[in-house]
Design a protein around this ligand. Structure first.
Ligand SMILES: CC(C)(COP(=O)(O)OP(=O)(O)OC[C@H]1O[C@@H](n2cnc3c(N)ncnc32)[C@H](O)[C@@H]1OP(=O)(O)O)[C@@H](O)C(=O)NCCC(=O)NCCS
Length: 123
């Protein structure tokens, strides 16, 4: 799955570059959307992100492309890799700025983990 975001002034830190916490929020949200679309009817919580790597600063006005790829599932959890590329609005070149692996656990209405159903490819 792919998602896009535009970096605006409200996303910047006090040095004028993208605040890392905003990047993490987008990564969490877009990967959660992928899981929720691929497992209809399941409720997911984020349990962990592996090594988080910010490779380059991202400037105001950049267009971010999020590549979210299914990696594997266990009994109650499913993992995705997330790679982010940035493009400034006046250039065609994209550069890799972030990558991680994120895992979600299916929970029931009480917040207890429960067995995953089969994955479906979203239309
Ligand atoms: C997610 C939660 C329900 C897991 O409950 P638990 O009883 O501790 O579960 P377990 O330790 O048995 O792990 C459940 C699954 O997650 C996996 N898992 C646990 N910690 C993990 C981590 N750090 N990274 C990757 N996978 C992890 C386990 O391998 C297991 O996978 P499987 O069932 O597919 O084999 C519980 O930890 C929780 O509620 N956490 C808070 C979630 C939350 O609020 N997220 C938002 C953060 S702001």
């Amino acid at each position: 799955m792919e998602n896009f975001a535009l970096v605006r002034p409200e996303h910047l830190n006090h040095h004028g570059a993208l605040f890392g916490g905003v990047m993490l929020k987008w990564v969490d949200e877009f990967a959660w959307l992928a899981a929720t679309r691929e497992y209809p009817g399941c409720t997911f919580v984020t349990v962990g992100m592996d090594r988080v790597e910010f490779k380059e600063q991202v400037q105001n006005g950049a267009i971010l492309r999020f590549y979210i790829r299914y990696q594997n599932q266990g009994k109650t959890s499913v993992s995705y890799t997330v790679d982010v590329e940035a493009r400034s609005s006046d250039s065609k070149d994209e550069r890799s700025v972030f990558s991680t692996r994120i895992t979600f656990v299916r929970v029931d209405h009480k917040g207890n983990k429960c067995r995953l159903s089969d994955r479906t490819e979203p239309a």
